[in-house]
Write a protein of this length. Structure first.
Length: 226
């Protein structure tokens, strides 16, 4: 039986963390350009205009300014989330009276909610420090400083904020963050539900998992966007 201390939980944690980190690395240039578009007071530039401006003034490395704290944060957060999620599913299913090895959608929903809540409580300082670290990078870039030294890591930023603001400040905004736990809860519930609709015992292919995952994420985003 899979549990909190099982090899299965560790494997899912490593795979989930690595996959999320890879996706973040591949899509981060779009994230940075989106941020620059959002903070542009004139609104006169388009997506390609911002891409060209960043490449012209900062080079390819400029598209990854602020990526380091984001990678550290999503990697740590998703490792913990997937570890808890995988470790809680089967024990919850047994507690709800299901046969060993059988996990239903409701157990998945509860496990996702619990894993997301515990994960957010533990990693909230990382997310707050990530925002602060990225803001410092943007300020340095605005001042014409594009050197790698401007990219502080999230862990060193947590330590600096802990000393400067005290431990209670690290969990400021936790209530709002806990509400956002609904997004991954809906996503993984929808993912398992969509998989169950296939009516086949054949293992899902990589392409099938990709499309089901994308659809599940779209459903969660639409429902939680407000």
């Amino acid at each position: 039986m899979a549990g909190m201390l099982s090899l299965s939980s560790l494997e899912h944690a490593v795979a989930g963390s690595a996959g999320t980190a890879l996706a973040t690395l591949l899509l981060f240039p779009l994230e940075r350009v989106k941020t620059l578009l959002q903070i542009d007071p004139s609104g006169s530039e388009g997506l390609l205009d911002v891409f060209r401006r960043v490449l012209r003034h900062e080079g390819v490395r400029g598209l990854y300014q602020g990526c380091k704290p984001m990678l550290q944060t999503v990697g740590s957060s998703n490792f913990l989330y997937f570890y808890l999620f995988q470790g809680l599913k089967e024990p919850l299913a047994i507690a709800f009276g299901r046969d060993e090895g059988v996990v239903g959608s409701y157990e998945t929903l509860v496990a996702s909610a619990l894993a997301g809540s515990v994960n957010m409580v533990i990693t909230e300082p990382f997310w707050r420090a990530c925002i602060v670290a990225q803001a410092r990078v943007e300020n340095a870039c605005s001042a014409g400083q594009h050197k790698p030294s401007a990219q502080a890591g999230v862990f060193s930023t947590v330590a600096q904020m802990w000393i400067a603001e005290g431990p209670r400040a690290m969990w400021r905004g936790l209530g709002t963050s806990l509400w956002l736990v609904a997004n991954p809860v809906i996503q993984f519930f929808a993912y398992d539900w969509l998989k169950a609709l296939r009516h086949t015992n054949i293992d899902i292919s990589l392409l099938g998992a990709f499309f089901i995952g994308a659809l599940a994420k779209a459903i969660a985003t639409v429902l939680t966007f407000p």
